[in-house]
Every structure is written in C-alpha cells, then in structure tokens.
Design a protein around this ligand. Structure first.
Ligand code: NIG
Ligand code: FE
Length: 392
C-alpha cells in the first residue's frame, strides 16, 4: 500500500513493551513481554523484551497487544457514485441481485481520473487507519477496454495486488457471450500488463460457469493468477471451478454443498469469507466453522464496494466472522492476516517472523481477543508499514 506515509526516519525501529505478540509464526506462536526489531522494512529480530538489541529508534507499546498488519485480500476501491439509497431499500426488504453494479459503472465511467484516484486514496488511507497494510484492489466498474485499464492503473498506484475484474457484470444491452469474448480478447490483452490477478463474478445474473471458465483461463494464459466471486447469492459451480483451475481463492463461499467443502479441503484454494456483504445485503452468513472443521484454509476480507459492503474495516469483519460465521476470536484474526496472505499467495505478509515484512498493528488493547470482544471500538493504536510508523 503506498498511501501509507512513511515516517521518513532512517534506521531500525524497536517495538518494546509488547504485552502480547501474535506472530502467526508456527515456531514462535504468541509471545508475552516481547520486543520486535524492524530494520530496512523487514523483521530483523523477535524475542523477550529483556534481551532486546539496541536500535536507532524505539516505539513503546505500553503493554498492549501487537498483531501482523491486516491483509485485505478482496476490495473494489476504484469507483464513483453513491448507493446508500439502494442499501436503505434493502434494509427495508429489497433483495440484493448485483444489478446495482451497473449504477456504479455509469458513475465511474463519467468520473475524471483525478476524482477516481482521490476516492481510492481516501479509502486506502481509511483502511490503513484500521490496520490494513496490504490490500487487493479490483477493477470492474469500467467494463470497457479503456475504463478497465484506467481503473487498474489507478489501483496500481496504491497496491501491487491489482485484479482485473472486467467480468463483473455484463453491461446493459450487450450479449453475454459477446461481452465475454471481449473480456477474454482485447480487454484481457490491454488489462493484463496492469494486473496480477484475474477475477470473475460467477453467479446467476452475472457470468455462466462456461463464461467464467473462459475468463479465468484467458487470464491464466496471460500470466495472471485466478480468483473468483463464487457461491455468493446461491449454490453454483464457482467453488468447484476455482479448485479445478487451481485458483488462489474462492470468495464469498456463502452457499456451499458438501462437495464444495470437500473440494476446497483437498485443494490449495483459500475460501475467503466476506461477511460485510452479508451484513449489508441482510443475507445469511457463510458457515466458516464448517470450512475450518473440514480443514479448509479460510481468509477474511472486507469486499469494500459501494453496493454490497461499503466498509474498509477489517476489525468490523473480524467481529462479524466471530459472531456470525462461527470463528473463534483468534481464528478470525488469523484469517484476516495469515489467511489473507495465503489468498494472495504472499509469504512475506500476514505473519511476524524474522524476514517478514515489517507490517504490524499496536492495538489499544491488551489482547487480540479484544478485536471481537469490543466491536465497533477503535482499537487500532499505531500502524507500522514497511518498518515505519504509517498511522498513529
Ligand atoms: O463482491 N458480487 C459481486 N461484486 C461485489 C458487489 C459489487 C456491487 O454491488 O457493486 C461483491 O459483493
Ligand atoms: Fe467482491
């Protein structure tokens, strides 16, 4: 994330006075009375506070808990417009169909690049202030070659985790197969140099299984990794398609059959839960407990977008995952950090071991359990990104 302002101060930073250090590192586990030395953007040393080495600067955690920076592996941040009235209508009983995506497409196409950039930057900063130090950003509200490339270029100014989602919805008055051919052809060729991932909304009313498979295969042929919006609004073949194609992540996973869970459990595909979407569409939540009990790798992300989940708050999603998806408080924090890293196939973030990227959050709380225990309370004290204090 490059909206993070680095402090600019040179040299190493020692975080001392850590009451609880959740490392997500299998060898280190959770430490008490710990210190962590950050040097040149990475973790250089971790151990008991009493044996901490000297450093150029110190940050006293004052006995609070420290966790790895959140990894938000699913966000749609490049958009214009407002859909608060659509949200209010849903809270009064209307159903979410994904059709509102076209409202945002019209507003996004009409917006200037500087307006889109400013909106994206504001959301990235908002996420950072809530502890997010790695964020994935999708296109998907342009749906023309030019508008999708523009969205990806803007996304790339803020993150390396850019995702081409030209197959978000079929634009009005266009045939689905014709549009899919465009996405797989000219749009993919123009978008792929600006993207790391390809994504598709595989759902009734969006893209069929055949169209979805074509989009993901075209992306992979262009060197992109695959991820998918699957089984959000109803049961379907999206999750199995993800597993078959070796996608890094199947996202939403709200309506799953036993065969979907079995397929995920024997695969490398992460199930990414997006409970902000169920919150904002008043829908049943995904059963995270069932997935974890089956041995599936689970990630937690915001799905921040103007339609189905307009939140950048990973702490909010942690609290929802605990209360509504059956995760324990620790499982939810791990899913929001190490889980997100796995969903993005990143070994350098989501944990705090020697050599990891120096991204961490000093909580205004004695334990990571507080993130779910005190929902809605701003518990992010200090955010360190790339070894520098990025938000306080
Ligand atoms: O992940 N499901 C598709 N895309 C988004 C919703 C986008 C919108 O409604 O604008 C999602 O929920
Ligand atoms: Fe999404």
């Amino acid at each position: 994330m490059s909206a993070a302002h680095s402090g600019g101060a040179p040299g190493s930073l020692l975080v001392t006075g850590i009451g609880e250090l959740l490392t997500n590192d299998p060898d280190l586990g959770t430490l008490t009375d710990a210190a962590i030395l950050l040097d040149r953007g990475t973790v250089a040393w971790i151990g008991p506070a009493s044996r901490a080495p000297a450093a150029d600067r110190a940050l006293d955690a004052g006995g609070a808990a420290v966790i790895p920076g959140f990894v938000d592996s699913h966000a749609h941040l490049v958009f214009a417009g407002d859909r608060s009235v659509e949200f209010a209508a849903r809270m009064a009983g209307a159903h979410y169909t994904g059709g509102g995506i076209r409202t945002t497409v019209a507003a996004t196409r009409a917006a200037s690049s500087s307006a889109l950039r400013a909106r994206t930057e504001k959301l990235v900063r908002e996420a950072l202030a809530q502890g997010t130090t790695t964020i994935e950003i999708k296109s998907g509200y342009g749906l023309t070659v030019e508008d999708e490339v523009r969205a990806l270029r803007i996304a790339g100014e803020f993150t390396a985790e850019t995702t081409f989602l030209g197959a978000h919805v079929v634009p009005s008055d266009v045939d689905g197969d014709e549009y899919t051919a465009l996405v797989c052809g000219a749009m993919m060729a123009a978008a792929a140099p600006h993207a790391r991932w390809v994504d598709v909304f595989c759902e009734t009313g969006a893209f069929t299984p055949e169209q979805s498979e074509a989009v993901l295969r075209a992306g992979v042929a262009h060197g992109l990794g695959a991820r998918i919006h699957a089984n959000q609004l109803g049961p379907g073949p999206g999750v199995r398609l993800a597993v078959e194609l070796g996608a890094a992540s199947a996202d939403h996973c709200t309506h799953l059959g036993d065969d979907d869970v079995d397929a995920l459990s024997t695969s490398d595909t992460v199930a990414t839960l997006l409970p902000g979407a169920e919150f904002s569409t008043r829908s049943p939540y995904p059963d995270g407990r069932r997935l974890l009990d089956a041995g599936v790798s689970v990630a937690l992300a915001t799905d921040c977008n103007p339609g189905s989940s307009f939140t950048t708050s990973m702490p909010f999603c942690v609290a929802l995952a605990v209360r509504e998806c059956g995760l324990t408080p620790t499982e939810a924090v791990v899913a929001a950090t190490r889980g997100g890293a796995k969903a993005l196939r990143r070994g350098d973030v989501g944990h705090l071991g020697v050599g990891a990227r120096a991204d961490l959050v000093v909580l205004d709380a004695p334990s990571h359990l507080y993130l779910a225990y005190r929902p809605g309370v701003p518990l992010v004290g200090t955010v360190v990104h790339n070894g520098e204090i990025a938000w306080k």
